[in-house]
Design a protein around this ligand. Sequence first.
Ligand SMILES: Cc1ncc(COP(=O)(O)O)c(C=O)c1O
Length: 306
Amino acid sequence: EPVLRIYCSAQAHSSVDKAVRIAGIGIKNLVKIKTRSDFSMDPEELSAAIEKDLKAGFKPCCVVATLGTTGVTAIDPLREIGEICHRHGVWLHVDAALAGTALILPEYRWMIEGREYIDSFVFNPHKWMFTNFDCSAYFVKDASALIRTFEILPEYLKTRTRGQVNDYRDWGVPLGRRFRALKLWCVIRMYGREGLIKMVRNHIEIARRLAEMISQEPDFEIVAPVTLNTVCFRYIPRNANSEETDKINEKLNHALNDSGKMYLTHTKVNGRYTLRMVTAQTNVTMEHVANSWNLIKETARNISPR
Ligand SMILES: Cc1ncc(COP(=O)(O)O)c(C=O)c1O
């Protein structure tokens, strides 16, 4: 039996690591592909990794492309990745956990250019489509691949409707499942397509304006492109080296979160401690973000004068 290999970018979510472990493929068979300067997967590196694995006798099985990586919301180039997958008969899964919501905007449809290559796609309405936790929407091109994997038929589940309805227990791991689609349906009915578009657009605009305000301050820097609603930034006091700057930013993050007035998460960008502001909450306004930005500046300069 050839050893299966899975590919994702070095910026992909830890759930991919977890999945390959659970599936028994083994973490050593997860190949992390280098990213380009905008933190998206480098398709040339992907192609080279697959070629190399084929020569070594491995079986390339699946590529996980991310639309909106966890750290900096980078967008992997779907068409190029899709063409590589198609050439090698490899399953293409797209993780659009956060960014998938932006696909309701015509101006962000470019992210899904090459969608004909996608085998499965997931996004989380609980992240940015105003739906209470938890609700993940999963789309699959050919359900029979799932059914061949998961189907099991104990006596008490032999129903007369078999074959006439979708038995979703055969599409995934759990048997019992809650009716999560209902709350998403309610959200869509309540806001409507136009309403959702307006809110999502507004969140992206707020992030853009925040990024503008940050770039106007000489003692702050934006550390990754602002594509959607995530702004990655750092405080850079004048007389601190890189390590000290990391520590100051960590202290700043904790001080802000301990204030109880706002909550920021962090990541590492090129190895450096980075703060992240994400505007995805249902009722967030420019005023909230402007007030937060004032608090961030004030707190930062109190910790370490510029
Ligand atoms: C890109 C990406 N994929 C997957 C996940 C996991 O999402 P969940 O476990 O909520 O479905 C996250 C969460 O942060 C994410 O950012």
